[in-house]
Structure formats: structure tokens, C-alpha cells
Design a protein around this ligand. Sequence first.
Ligand code: NOJ
Ligand code: NOJ
Length: 432
Amino acid sequence: MSQKIVKRWVLKTMLVVACVGMAPMAMGASFEKWLEGERDIAMKGLLNHISPKDGMPGSVIASPSKNNPNYYFHWVRDAALVMDVIVKRYQHEEDVNMKQAYYDRILDYIHFSRSNQLMPNRSGGLGEPKFNVDGTAFDGDWGRPQNDGPALRAITLIHFAKELLSQGQEEQVRTLLYDNALPSKTVIKVDLEFVSHHWKEASFDLWEEVLGDHFYTRMVQRRALLDGAELARILGDQGAADWYKKQALAIEKSLLSFWDENRKIFVTTLNPSGGLQGKESHLDVAIILGILHGYRDDGFLSPTDDRVLATARALELAFESLYPINGQSNLGTAIGRYPEDRYDGYTTSSQGNPWVLATAAFAEFYYKGADQKKGDLFLKRIEHHANPDGSLSEQMNRYSGFMQGAHDLTWSYASFLTALFARDQNETNLIP
Ligand code: NOJ
Ligand code: NOJ
């Protein structure tokens, strides 16, 4: 055993002994056990929702729920976040068969994504939010375009491209993902061209409700362009690299204008020009998600930035008093999308609730800020409200805590898994 592993083992044993000593019910141990069980349940949740039997290979359903609500679509945003988890698992998987299984799914997702890019749709561009699982465009009324989608897809696929490059698979990258050509025929480059030329345009937010300029969308656009500039440089597409970088720097400037000096928070939307109105608090968990999905370890708006932390605290306070379940225990605060939310998972003429993915985001956020104890409180909150079989829906009822809204929401599972990755990472870092 390496020294590091021995140290880790000793530390864990000490922790377990300490916990048992402190709490006769061995609370700590049962939480760890729940986390491990839930990790498997969540991973199965992801895999079951990729390439559904009645859909195209590489399509990812947001939830198996086909009515009340109908979430049986490939949402570009949800799919990218889910596939990013699969790319991570692919990178770390040691079992050859499993690794191959992940690889096959990622390739299917690449082909499906490329077909989405080419499919005529009502957004008239790449901002189309969702597709039917047979690959045709969804043609009902919807909040469109949603321009975070292409950025998130690029981020996920650039992770994969880098992994292929590290295996010496440059040809594969050039053929499938990034071809240095204009107009391009490859998915990453097409997305980067779209993001770099359209980021200034108003689009609908990640909650599909408000047309305007959004912190979340800009955060992930910035990251896509900087990650993309790096990939372009490696592949000898220097002119593109410079262009992507220049646009990313302009986005950076625009992001700082979301800081509201009076409210002392990052506001979620500027220049609203359509869609839902009345989000008066300007508070939205989208800020925290923007940091989680958009931060690239370069010091720009990190999880420990004072302004970001102030926003997180304001969100916590707002939800703490808003949701009755928060008064009933000393678990982490159950977090919703934004205080004025009226979508209960079925209709918008109701009251909003805390969301699993928002609460998991707070766990991940604190893990990334190295606040392990605080992060755990949020996952314990999810543990408390999860269905007995471990399944997770979209929301937790604000009065009873019971799961509601789309059942087995794929993004709920993905958000739990990325929180756990951040926790694992944290544990590793604790040991010198
Ligand atoms: C479904 C959307 O996905 C959700 O975010 C929204 O709140 C409702 N429709 C109402 O627009
Ligand atoms: C509603 C959420 O608001 C949106 O962000 C998500 O993409 C869809 N549901 C599908 O999960």
C-alpha cells in the first residue's frame, strides 16, 4: 500500500472511531453508507436514461416521465451535464468492459448532438432547447432559444477531446470533434463558432422562463470559449484560438456587471426583454450553478470569491425562511430555484419547492470551497427526503418534504454525483 493510502486509511479509521465514540447511533457511518448506495443508484439512473429503447442512440431523456409532466425529451442542457459525468467516469474507469461501455455512449452522444445541430428547428440556430428522442426537433411553443446549451455541450465534449488527445488519438478528435474548418462539420467547433458569434444576444434562461442576459449562460459561454481556445491552440487553429479568447474576455467584463452593489448579490438576469416577469428578489440558484458549471480554476469567480459567497448566503437565508421543511430540522437548507418560483413540477399556478439539484449544488459548492461539514449537511438533506428506494425526483414538497415533479430526474442524479466527486476530491486533498 502506498503511504498515501495508508494515511488515508488511518485517517478514516480514526474518523469512524471518533464518530462512534461521539454518537452512539453511529450517524456518520450510516450517512457514508447511504452515500455509497446512492452513488450506485444515481449512476444506474444516468445509464438507464441514455439511449432509451424507443429513441436514437446517444439521446438522453430528462426523465422517464411521459405525462404530468412530460420530460421525455433530449434537453441539450440536461444531456450535456449528464454526459459530463459519463466522460469523468470514462476517464477514471479501470474495468475494460465498463470503460468501453462509457466510450460507446459518448460516441453515440457525439453523433446525436451533431444531428441536433443540423436539424431545422424553431430557434433557427443552435439554441434549440430540446429534441424528441427520435432526433426530430420539438416543434411546440417553448422558451427559445436557450443559449447555454451549445456552451455546455462544448464543455463536455472538450473534456472528452482532451482525454482522447492524452491517449494519442488526435485523428479521432479531428474527425469527430474539432476540424479546424470554416464552416466546420464537427460538433465542438460548430458550437464554439455559435457561442463566439451570438453570446451578446438575449436568450431564455436555464429555467426556460425569462428572455434576457443571464449570469449562468454567460458563465458557461466564457468557459466553453476558453476551454475551446486551448483546444484550438493545441490543434493548430491559432486564429480561432485568439478569437475565442477575445470573446471570452469580453464576456468576463459583462459578467462583472451582474454584481449589484446595493443588494450585495450577483443578480441572475440583466436587460430582461420578454418571458416571465416578477422575479423581484433577483436571487437565483443559477448563480451557484454558473460557478459550478463555469468555473475553470483560473481565479475568475471561484467558489470562494467574496461576492459569490455573499450571494450564496443570501440565497440560503431566503430559502431558509420560505420553505417550512427548513424549520423542522438542523439539516442543510433545502434550496429552490428562486424565491418567486411558482412551478411545482406540474403547473405554474402553484407554489415552487426546493429542488434536489439546487440542494446538491449547495453541497458541491461548499465541498469546492473546502467546507466539508457544511457540504455534508446539504447531502443529508437530500438523504432525508429521498424516496425509500433511493430514487430522486425534481423537487421536494416545501411542506412535507416528499419528492414531487418529474420522477427519476436524470439531472438530479447527475447533480448528486458531481457533488460526491467534489467530496471525494476534498477528502483526497485533506491528506498531504
Ligand atoms: C417547464 C420549464 O421547464 C420550467 O422550468 C418552467 O418553470 C415551466 N415549464 C413553466 O414555464
Ligand atoms: C425544467 C428546468 O427548469 C430546466 O432547467 C430543465 O432543463 C428541464 N426541466 C428538464 O429537466
